[in-house]
Design a protein around this ligand. Sequence first.
Ligand SMILES: Nc1nc2[nH]cc(C(=O)O)c2c(=O)[nH]1
Ligand code: SF4
Ligand SMILES: [Mg+2]
Length: 222
Amino acid sequence: MQGEGPSLGRRCAFARLGGCNLSCRWCDTPYTWDWTGRSDTGIAYDPKKELRAIPYTEVRDHLVGYDVPLVVVSGGEPLSQQTSLYPLVRDLRGSVHDVEIETNGTIAPDPRLAELVRFNVSPKLAHSGDPKNRRIVGNALAAFTEVPGTAFKFVCRTEADLDEVGALVEQYGLHSVWVMPEGRNQAALDRSFARLRDPVIARGWNLTTRLHITMWGDRRGV
Ligand SMILES: Nc1nc2[nH]cc(C(=O)O)c2c(=O)[nH]1
Ligand code: SF4
Ligand SMILES: [Mg+2]
């Protein structure tokens, strides 16, 4: 089930790709990229255990086997592998699946992919801990604004974070803005949500929660 953003609540199958070009402190999937313990869990994951190369045809057949109308591709940063991702997405669209790609917005999308999917672009704010020149890439954001259907989804904790979002929205002309509370468990999610919900509405943006945390907690594979 898609737990976040414009398709929240839709039945879906998930493909989670390994590797990321950022290293957000509060990342909820550090096992996809953190081989040195840099995220705030402090755990150094073993890429030999976490990553597996699988032929795309096998991934495709597995995803189609779920018999659901939507496939969500996330990571890590899936666009780091966008050339290899294209045949999978092409085949899924051919079998009448909607496809959404979750991305951190730092890699401009391949136009062939952009024709086929919805991008949920989640640019990272200062509290992620990465330097601004790594997390905000102007030409990539500009390219995403041109792709019909793109949603910009910002992970926030406080009203000050919303000011940061506002500056990016203005600078890059972002449309379809969604704010999502940060939290890897229900208590943290509730805290962020309570601070954000009224100011987000007042600013004319959309609000999303993280329904999978509410339903299943911080478990892998959901
Ligand atoms: N259910 C569910 N929905 C999600 N939407 C985006 C996710 C992500 O990790 O990018 C995610 C996730 O991890 N689980
Ligand atoms: S961009 Fe996403 S996957 Fe990469 S470190 Fe940040 S939260 Fe994690
Ligand atoms: Mg997640």
